[in-house]
Design a protein around this ligand. Structure first.
Ligand SMILES: CC(=O)SCCNC(=O)CCNC(=O)[C@H](O)C(C)(C)COP(=O)(O)OP(=O)(O)OC[C@H]1O[C@@H](n2cnc3c(N)ncnc32)[C@H](O)[C@@H]1OP(=O)(O)O
Ligand SMILES: O=C(O)CCC(=O)C(=O)O
Length: 383
């Protein structure tokens, strides 16, 4: 094994299932296969690849994905019922996630069944899926709104029936990290099964809740590329795996340098836009304009670097704009082969402020040269 560290948390990426549930997002089979292959090449050990109950086309896509992978294990999302399990057969899948709501709200007002009926379904359908050769994860939908007793009862029945894993779904994204930690710690104390955290980002806390769950003993976590998924999406793959490494919280085994390419591919296939300040993969997250920051970076990069952009195959970029200082202006122009004196710098600073306010973007190289041109001409005229 050399110096390869054992995985401490399994990434189960659900871009191809929950990610595709983003309104308006619909991947083609080719896009799904390519994305699955990119994720496999980066070392993602598990993928949730679709919903067989959606019908023949989805089943064909799932079969195409599973047959294109050599290492990565695959899972399908199924309602906990006979029909859905039977539709997952013969698609090359390793796992089924058998989903059943566990909150009073959804039991009473969605499925209209009792907690006892949930436990009976768990026992019956877990055994059925095991008999068909699947590994079983029990998807506890709406777990974050469920009573602890209910979660522990499901865990006990699932373990006795032979399931391998419980998925704790914060279906509505209403948890915060302290409560996540408390709930997962409680579940951890009641079961030997693997625990998978499924976090939604409605309060912007999906990554934080995912990390809190890992701290509390979750063994696997669901992610999606670029945080795609229902409503505000799921915990973004790129945020979770980079945070794990930077915060020294665990080893996901994923090659972080491949994340930008994966995110770009998913972005194009999803037809969605990405905020420039999206953590890890946003266009502007390693770009600096503020004078004090650039001065600090030039003196020692660690003054304004929480982690090296090279960790994710990126690099710092310096731009000029409304907030530029002298150090930044001198350096950026020096890199263009233009050496400025203090007076020229000051003139450029005030021009940059006006330019930025009117254009609302960073000047490119041609803009910078055009801004400096009159100053340089004045210099030659003076000489
Ligand atoms: C929280 C989540 O993300 S769960 C995953 C959600 N993902 C999706 O819904 C995307 C894919 N879904 C689909 O293509 C369709 O909804 C299908 C094919 C699954 C089902 O389609 P339809 O048969 O037309 O049913 P429809 O979508 O109208 O309603 C869902 C049915 O599933 C039932 N259901 C929902 N969850 C479960 C469950 N865990 N176990 C059993 N039945 C369930 C509902 O009660 C409802 O059945 P009912 O009409 O008998 O009350
Ligand atoms: O039941 C599950 O597997 C989780 C389903 C889901 O996507 C959710 O609850 O947000």
């Amino acid at each position: 094994m050399g110096d390869i560290k054992p995985l401490t948390v399994i990434i189960n990426d659900t871009t191809l299932r929950d990610g595709e549930q983003s309104p308006g997002v619909a991947f083609t089979t080719d896009e799904k296969v390519r994305l699955a292959q990119l994720l496999e090449a980066a070392g993602v050990p598990e993928l949730e690849v679709g919903i067989p109950a959606m019908g023949a086309q989805e089943q064909e896509a799932i079969a195409a994905i599973t047959s294109s992978l050599t290492q990565t294990r695959t899972m399908a999302w199924c309602r906990m019922c006979e029909l859905d399990i039977s539709q997952a057969l013969n698609l090359g899948l390793d796992w089924v996630d058998l989903s059943i709501p566990v909150s009073r709200q959804q039991l009473s007002h969605k499925l209209n069944i009792s907690p006892e009926q949930v436990l009976a379904r768990c026992d019956r359908y877990i055994k059925q899926a095991l008999d068909l050769g699947f590994q079983v994860c029990v998807g506890m939908e709406d777990a974050s709104r469920a009573d602890a007793d209910m979660l522990h009862s499901v865990a006990a029945v699932a373990q006795a029936a032979g399931a391998s894993r419980l998925r704790f779904a914060d279906t509505l994204g209403i948890l915060e990290p302290f409560r996540t930690r408390e709930m997962i710690t409680g579940l951890r104390q009641h079961t030997d099964l693997q625990i998978e955290m499924h976090a939604h980002n409605d309060l912007g806390l999906a990554t934080a809740n995912t990390l809190a769950a890992i701290d509390a003993g979750a063994t696997s976590v669901n992610t999606t590329v670029n945080g795609l998924g229902e409503r505000a999406g799921n915990a973004p793959l790129e945020e979770v795996v980079v945070a794990l490494q930077v915060l020294n919280k665990g080893n996901s085994g994923i090659t972080l340098q491949q994340l930008p390419a994966i995110c770009q591919f998913a972005l194009a296939a999803s037809g969605r836009l990405l905020s420039p300040q999206k953590a890890i993969v946003g266009e502007a997250v390693f770009t600096h304009e503020s004078g004090i920051h650039i001065d600090g970076l030039l003196k020692d990069v660690n003054n304004y670097q929480g982690f090296a952009p090279a960790l994710v195959g990126r690099q710092h970029t310096l731009v000029l704009g409304k907030h530029s200082g002298v150090s930044a202006i001198l350096e950026v122009y020096h890199r263009l082969g233009i050496e400025l004196n203090d007076q020229q710098c000051e003139l450029l600073r005030s021009q940059l402020r006006q330019w930025s306010e009117s254009r609302k973007c960073s000047p490119c190289e041609a803009d910078l040269r055009a801004l400096a041109q009159p100053l340089m001409q004045a210099l030659y005229a003076d000489a």
